[in-house]
Design a protein around this ligand. Structure first.
Ligand SMILES: NC(=O)C1=CN([C@@H]2O[C@H](COP(=O)(O)OP(=O)(O)OC[C@H]3O[C@@H](n4cnc5c(N)ncnc54)[C@H](OP(=O)(O)O)[C@@H]3O)[C@@H](O)[C@H]2O)C=CC1
Ligand SMILES: CC(C)(CO)C(=O)C(=O)O
Length: 305
């Protein structure tokens, strides 16, 4: 694989960068603050899990003079996307691609829109991880699977060869045959687990140990699955039930990237997740009252002028 740039060196970006760099890929990471200092001095570490490693990618504090990259793995939180795309837009090779390793639907298309060219791919990630201290990604749970979806071209053209190259460097990457369904499947899960944990600051297992928590989770999953189906995703008739069982199987300790943001006092992805379900539900005539409540609780009530 040719030159890879990872932008957003947190839990997911750090995990992918560490695995790929240890696997021999030519990986650069754009870092800042304390993470920049630590990774430059001591490398990037995955703590725990089957990919435990310390690796040494090229560490950049700016892209000045860095040349062009063939693959950008974009792993900031969704609200930071426009800012970071502007920083690397001039450093993407002519036929380069950007994989948005982000929760949500239409993330690759959003990147393409911002770039003004068809270069964005979806990256649906099944991995629970946290950067608890700068430069150290703690593996928590999950299949460590990275699903690449091309919203505009057949998988054989870009997603499959890229997934193969990432696999060759040690990352568990696969190409999605149906990117829209793949993105919605994860969207419905995280809009449920992330908002419930973010709104209550509780672990998902504790929430669904209570009948009221189980009822809220089921309502969020049902509404999300109904919007996904109306939007054309092929989740199957029992998805809401299967998704509930999946979240239970993840284990009682499931926290979420949104809970991490709430704990750190950071902006959350509630608008990208629950807000997007509400907007699409409105457009498609599907009621989404539970997601609207989460959007208001976590995102805040808009002030009246
Ligand atoms: N964590 C998880 O378990 C999972 C997360 N996801 C999804 O993956 C995506 C990334 O999440 P996650 O890894 O948890 O997020 P993190 O908050 O851990 O990491 C985001 C990183 O982006 C960096 N960043 C933000 N803005 C900029 C900028 N302008 N320039 C350079 N770096 C910037 C942040 O740096 P700084 O800290 O300095 O602000 C931080 O290091 C999200 O969409 C999330 O929903 C998907 C599956 C699981
Ligand atoms: C790990 C998981 C699935 C939890 O909902 C996730 O994607 C996240 O935290 O963003």
């Amino acid at each position: 694989m040719s030159r890879v740039l990872v932008v957003g060196l947190g839990a997911i970006g750090g995990y992918a960068a560490a695995v790929l760099s240890a696997g021999g890929a030519d990986v650069s990471v754009l870092a800042r603050g304390r993470t920049l200092e630590v990774v430059r001095a001591s490398g990037l570490r995955i703590a725990g899990g089957p990919d435990e490693v310390t690796s040494h990618p090229t560490v950049l504090d700016s892209l000045d003079g860095a040349g062009a990259f063939d693959v950008v793995l974009l792993a900031t939180k969704a609200p930071d996307t426009a800012d970071v795309v502007a920083t690397f837009a001039d450093h993407l090779a002519e036929d380069g691609v950007v994989v948005a390793l982000q929760n949500g639907v239409g993330r690759g298309a959003t990147v393409s829109e911002l770039l003004g060219r068809d270069a964005g791919l979806d990256g649906v990630v099944y991995l629970e991880a946290r950067m608890e201290e700068p430069g150290v990604v703690t593996f928590l749970s999950g299949a460590r699977r990275f699903e690449l979806g091309d919203p505009s071209r057949p998988a054989a053209e870009r997603a499959e060869p890229l997934a193969q190259a990432l696999r060759d460097a040690g990352l568990n990457a696969v190409a999605s045959p149906d990117p829209q369904t793949a993105a919605w499947r994860k969207m419905v899960l995280v809009a449920t687990a992330n908002s419930m944990t973010g709104a209550t600051r509780a672990m998902f297992g504790d929430l669904i140990a209570d009948e009221r928590g189980r009822a809220v989770a089921r309502a969020l999953l049902r509404e999300g699955a109904a919007v996904a189906a109306a939007d054309g995703a092929d989740l199957g008739p029992d998805f809401a039930t299967e998704a509930f069982d999946f979240l239970v199987d993840v284990g009682p300790g499931l926290r979420s990237s949104m809970l991490h943001d709430v704990e750190r006092g950071r902006r959350t992805e509630v608008d990208t997740l629950n807000g997007e379900i509400v907007r699409r539900g409105d457009d498609l005539g599907v009621p989404t009252p539970s997601h609207a409540v989460m959007q208001l609780v976590i995102g805040g009530v808009p002030t009246r002028s």
